[in-house]
Design a protein. Sequence first.
Length: 178
Amino acid sequence: MTTTAASEASVPATAAAVVDLLNSRAYAIHTDKLDDPALAHTLLAPFGQDAGTIPPQRLDLVRGLRGNLMTLLTTEDPAAWMTFTERTSGAAFTQDFSTPGKVVPHQITGDTVVGGITLHVAELVANGTWSRLRICANHECTKVFYDTTRSRTRRWHSYELCGNRANVANHRARKSDH
């Protein structure tokens, strides 16, 4: 198992679902995966999407949320969180405290997938793991990944691909300066 594969195995399911959603956007050479109905179902299933047809309005909502979440990864501006809050405000929840030591939120209004995304993001923020979501430092890549390192200093989604390329390019640049 490679280092990247081992670290991917330790990514919590909640984080993996959010990372997959963020990587569904069009970036580098990839097209928007939400344009493919089968891929859209797979990507949205962790957030509550059923097997039925995905309404275009839901896809629009998800694309908007995905854009907000990408902005949150690239800025520390509190206004970005306000935008996310406004976009998810239609999803309201009630809490169930009937199991001792456990709180289970139940969505009572709003789009179920938007609610699912909201709950996933809320869990990452509450657990202090939102900051582990990163964008690959390779500007030609920009894939989102979950940083599993203890020091939270991982820079590339894959050292074997992007990290090694960056190091080789830096080495060549240093050699050409001498």
